[in-house]
Design a protein around this ligand. Structure first.
Ligand SMILES: *Cc1c(COP(=O)(O)O)cnc(C)c1O
Length: 356
């Protein structure tokens, strides 16, 4: 049976978006493709409030962790770790032989600018990685405030941001905030099938990449920029997915960006209020995510059984991540889900568990 996905990726994809992928194939060195990339790129720049290039890669988001770290570090990276996805940055650094230290907080906690300041001041760093929205714990870090601190006190530190579960669901003012690389996969707040990663790159990041001798090949920002100027990519792009992205960007801009951010906040507030009434919220209240809520399983129910009962009604939520399995569960409220979808889901859970 079809299940509507309330999991933090892949998220529910509307039928019109699925259909947009079936347009006829075109040559990626032909004008048809350049026209497509030229059409979609300014829409992505609007989404990120940027004049900088926005690249479209054929890969999942993890690719840009590797790609951005490899071409940003000349000295040493500081990796902020507040859960499983932010820890991946450290694994990527180790896997690539990139010098890095980590600063870690307990699960459910996030980072304040003061904590970042204290950690950066202890070493000679030229890169900071931040996971805007830590999907494993439902923590949203204060990106704008952290970016302001970095730009003011650490001008040579590049800020690399994983916004995989936030971009297109929460506001990111790439230029005004002073972020250096931000990226997201297509299967989360963009509400597209998986397979694309969208990435914006600052002038500072391009300048750094030019200085890095072995910056890798597939993700090379300088090479991407050369092709970008003629609306192409060095390797073959995922054309079908870009058709879907182009349609989705029209729909996102038609909704209106401010409306889209407000809808995500409204959905989050509904889930939080319900969680406070019947359970408890897992994260520190200072860091609640606008795109996914992690609920502490204070009633000791079987999350697995709840999901089986939800499946019969056509919905799916997420169990807790890793060691948080069965101790927490996660409800994603991102992408094209609506307030009505969220109310419907919570009513189903209430009914299954006899909460209402
Ligand atoms: C899902 C997720 C990832 C992994 O993205 P992939 O597209 O699977 O590579 C990384 N970071 C965060 C915050 C995520 O939510």
């Amino acid at each position: 049976m079809y299940k509507k996905l309330f999991i933090p990726g892949p998220t529910h994809v509307r039928d019109e978006i699925l259909a947009a992928q079936t347009a006829p194939m075109i040559g990626h060195r032909a004008k048809d493709y350049s026209d497509l990339q030229a059409a979609v790129t300014p829409k992505l720049q609007k989404l990120l409030y940027t004049q900088q290039p926005v690249f479209i890669y054929a890969c999942s988001g993890t690719g840009l962790m590797e790609g951005s770290l490899r071409q940003a570090v000349l000295k040493r990276a500081l990796i902020t770790v507040c859960g499983a996805f932010s820890k991946r940055w450290l694994e990527v650094a180790q896997g690539n032989g990139v010098p890095a230290d980590s600063v870690e907080v307990e699960m459910g906690q996030g980072f304040t600018p003061e904590m970042i300041d204290a950690a950066l001041s202890k070493g000679d760093y030229d890169v900071l990685t931040l996971t805007f929205n830590e999907t494993s714990t439902g923590v949203m870090n204060p990106l704008q405030e952290i970016a302001a601190l970095v730009r003011e006190k650490y001008p040579d530190v590049l800020l690399l941001v994983d916004a995989v579960s936030a971009m297109a669901g929460a506001k990111i003012e790439f230029d005004a905030w002073g972020v250096d690389v931000v990226f997201a996969s297509s299967q989360k707040c963009f509400a597209l099938p998986p397979g694309l990663t969208i990435a914006a790159v600052s002038e500072r990041a391009f300048a750094r990449a030019r200085q890095v001798p072995h910056r890798g090949y597939y993700f090379d920002f300088i090479d991407m920029l050369k092709y970008y100027e003629r609306n192409q990519t060095p390797a073959t792009p995922a054309i079908s997915l870009i058709y879907a992205l182009n349609k989705q960007m029209d729909d996102i801009l038609a909704e209106g960006l401010d409306n889209r951010w407000a809808r995500h906040i409204e959905m989050a507030e509904i889930v939080r209020a319900w969680a406070r009434q019947h359970w408890a919220l897992f994260p520190d209240p200072r860091f609640l995510s606008n795109t996914v809520t992690t609920v502490t399983n204070t009633r000791g129910i079987s999350v697995g059984d709840l999901n089986k009962a939800l499946a019969e009604r056509g919905a799916m939520i997420s169990n807790g991540y890793g060691t948080l399995k069965e101790k927490t569960f996660r409800i994603a409220h991102m992408g094209d889900l609506t307030v009505a979808d969220i109310r419907w889901l919570l009513a189903q859970i209430d009914d299954i568990l006899g909460l209402a």
